[in-house]
Design a protein around this ligand. Structure first.
Ligand code: OAD
Ligand code: ZN
Length: 246
């Protein structure tokens, strides 16, 4: 089923860069986006320009986020997160690139500086104007007081989860650091992503083009399976469980 081959590739590699998507967190109780029951099968994504333009849309966006809070608050790193954290502690992983916004790589033991979040983080909020950071508890308090989504106390612009919405520009620093990591790795592990959202989905392909090996671990086929050195179409927790160390 590929686990032995994966083990050999991990042993042979000196710089492994994981690239993760929502599939690594489903065993932690967080739904992904495109599987049956996924977030985008229940709600359509709110594009950034609609969030900026309308108080009602901002209210709806924050109501959705508050409804998810028990799920995010209860989530603990799964076997996939813990296996990657073990390889990180062993010095095999210089940094991790994630599309996930759930903070679980940090929770599993990665230093915040070594987690490159391409799509931001939903465990705190930011003003979309001046970038001031806010705790979600502050947002909830203001929302309940005013009966709607709050604006920044500093500049008056809307406050949004610190995530990247469709139509919002990618974080330049994260894109730059991800490109650097990929350029220097010898093995990229694409884990739990449908690889349909760009530019994020360009990184596995880029690793391959720069001479690294590419492994894809995902339940469903992806468009990059044909360029991968190894495709493991199995459960992520079961596949990476054997690599959880101390
Ligand atoms: P998707 O929901 O598109 O893909 C998750 C993939 O993980 C699917 O192909 C599932 O089959 C697979 N999967 C789920 N659980 C699994 C498990 N236990 N074992 C193996 N495979 C499993 O999620 P992403 O690719 O992360 O961005 O989505 C990419 C981006 O689309 C997100 O970052 C988000 C979303 O819109 C923005 O909102 C900007
Ligand atoms: Zn502000």
């Amino acid at each position: 089923n590929g686990v032995e081959q994966l083990g050999n590739m991990i042993a042979e590699a000196s710089s492994i860069v994981p690239f993760t998507g929502a599939g690594i967190s489903t065993e932690c109780g967080i739904p992904d986006f495109r599987s049956p029951g996924g977030l985008w099968t229940r709600n359509r994504p709110i594009p950034f320009d609609e969030f900026v333009a309308s108080q009602e849309v901002r209210d709806e966006s924050w109501r959705r986020r508050f409804a998810m809070e028990p799920t995010f608050a209860a989530a603990k790193p799964g076997r996939g997160h813990r296996a990657l954290a073990s390889l990180y502690r062993a010095g095999k992983i210089p940094g991790i690139i994630t599309q996930n916004i759930d903070n679980l790589h940090q929770a599993s033991g990665f230093k915040a500086d070594d987690v490159i979040e391409l799509h931001g983080n939903t465990t705190y909020a930011r003003c979309i104007g001046c970038s001031k950071a806010y705790d979600l508890s502050w947002v909830k308090l203001q929302f309940d007081k005013a009966g709607g989504a709050p604006d920044c106390a500093e500049c008056g612009d809307p406050v949004k989860t610190a995530t990247i919405s469709f139509g919002q520009s990618m974080p330049e620093d994260a894109m730059h650091r991800a490109t650097e990591l990929v350029g220097h790795c010898d093995l990229l592990l694409a884990i739990g992503s449908s690889l349909v959202v760009w530019p994020a989905a360009g990184f596995p392909m880029m690793a391959k083009e720069r001479g690294a090996r590419l492994v894809i671990i995902n339940n469903e086929p992806t468009d990059q399976d044909d360029i991968a050195d190894l495709v493991i179409r199995h459960d992520i927790g079961d596949t990476l469980g054997p690599f959880v160390g101390n």
